[in-house]
Write a protein that binds this ligand. Structure first.
Ligand code: ZN
Length: 237
């Protein structure tokens, strides 16, 4: 009788445990940017001193950024977020505008837009883990104040979990977007979302924008979503 009771308790605990294991860590809407960060329970609105416009990030990303911001400030470096979370509808606006203004052959047009802009549903900015800092031109970060800010980020961002996913092409990163010295990603969460993306998203999910057939033709999931630099500490090993 006693054994029977603990047997059922053990079964119950096992059932509870495995049902927890089956809950996906991220929902597909989170991966594809079909969210409103202002109403998402995992997101926080940023205080205006951290950003140049109304911005939202995942809570843990915001916490890490605040720590990094403070450390930078103590070193005389100012970090301002100029873009944080953008949903799929917003990205579709960017994409379709460029599609209409860029001329030429469609495949070539898609690849030229993809130098710096993502197809709707494939942007790391959908995830609430990625931020653009201070300026959207590489040249800004190559002299004066911008160079000092970039040097600080290269030296310290990893201490707070941030890294630059879009580095210059190199033998380990030979596909994807061009270099973006302004774009920084919170690795602890972004790497988990990236893994979920590869498992859950397919080309049927990437439709509903101009030239959407080029998502599959250009294999944007493998070449762009996955075409990122590895975490700095992996590199240095
Ligand atoms: Zn960016």
């Amino acid at each position: 009788m006693r054994w029977g009771k603990s047997y059922f308790i053990a079964l119950f605990i096992l059932a509870l445990h495995s049902s927890f294991l089956r809950i996906p860590e991220f929902e597909k809407i989170d991966l594809l940017g079909d969210i409103n960060p202002a109403k998402h329970r995992d997101f926080d609105k940023l205080r205006s001193k951290y950003c140049s416009k109304e911005s939202y990030l995942r809570e843990e990303v915001y916490d890490a950024f605040k720590d990094m911001w403070k450390a930078a400030e103590e070193d005389g470096i100012e970090l301002t977020i100029v873009s944080a979370t953008r949903n799929r509808v917003y990205q579709k606006g960017i994409w379709n505008r460029k599609w209409l203004s860029f001329g030429g052959d469609e495949s070539d047009r898609a690849q030229r837009i993809l130098q710096y802009s993502s197809m709707p549903g494939t942007s790391r900015h959908h995830w609430g883990t990625d931020i653009d800092i201070n300026n959207l031109n590489n040249s800004y970060f190559e002299s004066g104040r911008g160079a000092a800010e970039y040097a600080w980020l290269q030296a310290h961002a990893a201490e707070y979990g941030f890294y630059q996913p879009y580095t210059a092409f190199n033998p380990y990163r030979d596909a994807g977007y061009r270099e973006e010295k302004w774009h920084w990603s919170y690795f602890p969460t972004a790497s988990r979302i990236q893994r979920a993306y590869l498992l859950l998203v397919n080309y049927q999910d990437l439709r509903g924008f101009m030239g959407d057939e080029y998502a599959e033709k250009l294999d944007v999931i493998n070449n762009y979503v996955m075409g990122v630099e590895s975490w700095p500490q992996i590199e240095s090993q």
